[in-house]
Design a protein around this ligand. Structure first.
Ligand code: HEM
Length: 504
């Protein structure tokens, strides 16, 4: 991307290839029910089709009530756009959430609206207050012991869930949600929500349902014609109800945490570092309860679906690739002589193959299939002039499955990501000896707006997966996973993995 200048070499925006907009209704009809060819749940296929039909870049213009979408499928162009990112990158997502936080519940959120769905100076001020705490590797490492405990409890649940054929229930994803929710609750609030107790927790269930409704409603509100701006549509009503309910439950827990933290401090109680929650750290640093509470809400909103779906996809890939699973088992067996893997900082640093398995899964099935930026000034992209306000989309799923960047993209090859490889292991890896383009697999985004939960997500994933694959041999016989876009990229197939206990 270069700043636009008047140069004859630069082609006009009108010439950017893409599906032809109809008079009056532009391309909006493509997302409409029944007549539309672009189903929201099939956005993965839509992106692929755009790439096949139009090449490096495709414009979907003429969307009523929505800026043009410009899909960029080229690694170098993606790099250029990210590298020149404005100081306050504007992610073109969630006008619906902006409406909720800014207008509908503006009294509550005020100037402290958080990170998700917030842009400009408000976002920058908020991010500056919290990112130092969230992104510091040292902070995340403090949570390894409690996250290890939660994963161990989840392993007990897995043992209870296995049926007489050693199979997990088809709705195992729902169980993974509970593990992820319990983990986010512990890290952000210092609270055990009780999601993993045998009798379950009604409150946890309500949070999970609210998050699911939220993720279903966002694309409904933002990709279809925005009728919710005229009257409260069904999706809009569900969206507001889910967020209200979610905010209420979270605020209750957040207040409890903060009151306890203040009480402990007044009693001069010295806490273990891992017992100081994110909320408490933020309040100590800023003295601002509201800021900490709003952050915790955001962490809950995006920290549950993402991690649990990533876990399910990694388990699936390893189940389908027994040779890779064996290699992972060899790595784990070296570190953990017994079948119960206890995780600490030291062992987490000794599992390069496990890390590579997660990276390769997120390449093949990124949980967030596309990310984007709203241009804050005119730009030149791929030789075309692109006006300010255009929503540039980085379609990770398509790009990281493009054979131009990943030879044999459908093969699960964690070896692609290993730095040093003994020759015999590199043999057979389609990527052996090749450098991976740094901008063609960005599952956590990039730059000043990249995921602030990444370090926590990785610890959660590595901890749970190490335990599962050290203890069990995992297989899957219900065919190929089918995915559907529901904001995140979620497997629709039954997750009835077969878990056979290892004897050694
Ligand atoms: C495998 C798990 C996860 C994936 C794949 C993921 C992916 C992403 C992506 C792609 C973005 C957008 C980045 C950008 O625009 O450049 C993002 C943002 C964000 N993520 Fe994650 N995420 C994961 C887990 C988590 C967790 C566990 C949390 C919280 C505990 C979290 C909190 C956030 C927040 C708050 C943002 C917004 C940052 C901002 O706008 O400043 N994420 N994530």
């Amino acid at each position: 991307m270069a700043t636009a200048n008047v140069s004859s070499a630069v082609r006009p925006y009108s010439e950017v290839p893409g599906p032809y907009p109809l008079p009056l209704i532009g391309n909006s009809w493509r997302f409409a029910p029944i007549i539309g060819t672009y189903k929201i749940s099939d956005l993965d296929k839509v992106m692929h089709e755009l790439h096949v039909n139009y090449g490096k870049m495709a414009k979907v213009g003429g969307l009523i009530g929505h800026p043009d979408l410009l899909f960029v499928f080229d690694g170098d162009e993606i790099r250029n756009i990210f590298k020149k990112e404005e100081t306050m990158p504007h992610r073109p997502s969630m006008p619906s959430l902006r409406h909720y936080k800014g207008d509908l519940r503006g009294e509550f959120f005020g100037n402290t609206a958080g990170l998700i769905g917030v842009h400009g100076p408000k976002w920058e001020a908020f991010r500056q207050e919290v990112q130092h705490i969230l992104l510091q590797p040292q902070t995340a490492k403090k949570y390894i012991p409690p996250l290890n405990d939660i994963a161990s409890e989840f392993m007990d649940r897995i043992e209870q869930m296995r049926d007489e054929n050693e199979q997990l229930p088809a709705n195992f994803l729902h169980e993974l949600y509970k593990w992820a929710l319990e983990s986010v609750g512990r890290v952000s609030l210092d609270t055990r929500l009780g999601c993993l107790s045998p009798q379950g927790s009604e409150e946890a269930q309500q949070i999970i349902e609210a998050i699911n409704t939220f993720f279903w409603a966002v694309p409904e509100l933002e990709l279809r014609m925005p009728l919710w701006r005229l009257y409260p549509t069904k999706a809009y009503r569900s969206f507001v109800k889910a967020l209200d309910q979610f905010t209420e439950i979270c605020m209750k827990n957040i207040s409890k945490t903060m009151d306890k933290a203040e009480f402990d401090e007044s009693q001069g109680l010295v806490k273990n570092d891992s017992d100081i929650s994110i909320v408490e750290r933020i309040v100590r640093k800023t003295g601002n309860r509201k800021l900490a509470a709003v952050l915790a809400l955001d962490l809950f909103l995006v920290g549950v679906d993402t991690t649990s779906v990533a876990a399910s996809s990694t388990i699936y890939q390893l189940a389908k690739n027994p040779d890779k699973q064996q290699r992972l088992f060899d790595e784990l067996k070296q570190i953990f002589p017994k079948t119960d893997a206890e995780i600490n900082q030291n062992v987490l640093e000794q599992m390069p193959y496990l890390r590579a398995c997660v990276k390769e899964t997120l390449r093949m099935r990124p949980v967030v299939i596309a990310n984007g930026r709203s241009l804050q000034s005119d730009a030149v992209i791929n030789g075309y002039h692109v006006p300010k306000g255009t929503h540039v989309i980085f379609p990770h799923l398509t790009v990281s499955n493009d054979p131009a960047y990943f030879p044999e993209p459908k093969r699960f090859m964690p070896e692609r990501w290993l730095k040093q490889q003994p020759n015999e292991q590199a043999a057979g890896c389609p990527h052996a000896g090749q450098k991976i383009h740094p901008f063609v697999s960005l599952p956590f985004g990039f730059g000043r707006r990249m995921c602030v939960g990444r370090r926590f997500a990785e610890i959660e994933l590595h901890t749970l997966l190490a335990k599962i694959f050290r203890k069990y041999k995992v297989s899957y016989t219900s065919g190929e996973f089918v995915y559907r876009v529901n904001s995140t990229y979620i497997p629709q197939s039954p997750l009835n993995f077969k878990l056979t206990m290892r004897e050694e």
